[in-house]
Design a protein around this ligand. Structure first.
Ligand code: AKG
Ligand code: FE2
Length: 347
């Protein structure tokens, strides 16, 4: 049987790739070795009902999966990477002209999240205006190419986010997508974080944390990963497992807002980035979020008959403020999550 969600192009088929955690081989004994199998959704193909249950299992267990045939080609990514490289290579005082927090964009310098990480944020819905604000602040000449490519990438991510979200709602049960997609998710907005990682050549450490353990404050995150790898997810038992990059695939993960909205049925997992090589690492993380004033509350049908509500309803903005106040300058520590903010005694 084929399920037809509202966006015809969001139909998908699914396969599995085994992902063996190479780091894990050094960290745990042989008997504890874990191999992680995450579903790979071909987002251009019809969705089979059997595939939905496999996807749901992955989202419940790990909160991560891959998508292919997503329409973002490697040339676009390479081009964006080259242009972003020019921006990150500018002197610090030029980059600081963007932020830390301006209406247009945000630049996060080294030593905020980690000594090895800096990032540039481009916000929607007008990705062109946001990119232009940053670009005009840092480049001496207008950089039209940089702005247009960020606009193209941002808009493509919005479209993908909507399609992925519709599929995830279908996973949550009959009629959930039809009843709640428009009423709950139509005012969602997104932003792109361009992540640039570098570690010093002279470090004697085998590996360093490029981005400390955290959960994402999104409904979903779409990641264009670096082919060198380094992304790791924390299992429920607390073990770190590699999310290996797959050629041509994007990585999707569930964020805190969807975990709360789904009453914990979709998992927002802790993850981090480890740097094993001295080469520059680059990733594009797109966060699809509820609007600030949204009251996040799991609907009755999602909680299920006789189910207990494990989060109290909360305003999205209040959670973001809680996270910002709790985590400033301490990204390297165990971050707070939506559980710390809104879990009820039934959690
Ligand atoms: O760079 C990566 O692979 C992951 C980045 C990430 O987790 C984030 O930006 O929230
Ligand atoms: Fe993340």
């Amino acid at each position: 049987m084929v399920v037809k969600p509202r966006f015809p192009s969001c139909l998908f088929s699914l396969s599995f790739f085994p992902c063996f955690g190479s780091l894990l081989y050094r960290m745990v004994s042989m008997s504890e070795q874990t191999s992680l199998q995450l579903p790979v959704l071909d987002i251009s193909q019809p969705v089979l009902t059997t595939s939905l249950s496999l996807l749901y299992q992955a989202c419940k267990g790990w909160g991560f999966f891959y998508i292919t045939n997503h329409g973002i080609n490697k040339d676009l990514y390479d081009h964006l990477r080259a242009l972003a490289h020019q921006a990150f290579n500018l002197p610090l005082d030029a980059k600081l002209k963007i932020g830390p927090l301006t209406a247009m964009g945000t630049y996060t310098p080294h030593f905020i999240a980690s000594p090895f990480f800096e990032s540039l944020r481009v916000s929607g819905p007008n990705y062109l205006a946001s990119a232009k604000g940053s670009s005009d602040a840092i480049f001496e000449q207008p950089n039209v190419e940089f702005c247009h490519i960020l606009q193209q990438y941002g808009e493509a991510m919005v479209d993908l986010s909507r399609r992925i979200l519709a599929i995830l709602l279908i996973c949550l049960g009959d009629g959930i997508e039809t009843k709640y997609y428009d009423s709950e998710f139509s005012a969602c907005h997104g932003y792109l974080r361009i992540n640039n990682y570098s570690r010093p050549e002279e470090s004697s450490m085998d590996e360093v944390e490029g981005l400390g353990m955290h959960t994402d404050m999104s409904c979903i995150t779409i990641l264009y990963p670096d082919e060198m790898g380094g992304l790791q997810v924390r299992s429920k038992e607390g073990k770190w497992v590699d999310i290996m990059p797959i050629k041509g695939a994007l990585v999707v993960n569930i964020g805190d807002l969807l975990q709360a909205w789904s009453n914990g049925r979709l998992r927002s997992s802790e993850h981090r980035v480890v740097l094993k090589q001295t080469a520059n690492r680059f990733s594009l993380a797109f966060f699809w979020c509820f609007e600030d004033e949204k009251v996040v509350a799991a609907p009755e049908e999602v909680v299920g008959d006789g189910g207990k509500r494990i989060y109290r309803p909360f305003v999205c903005r209040d959670y973001i403020k809680f996270r910002e106040n709790s985590e400033r300058g301490r990204f390297d520590k165990v971050g707070y999550t939506v559980d710390d903010f809104a879990a009820t005694q039934d959690a």
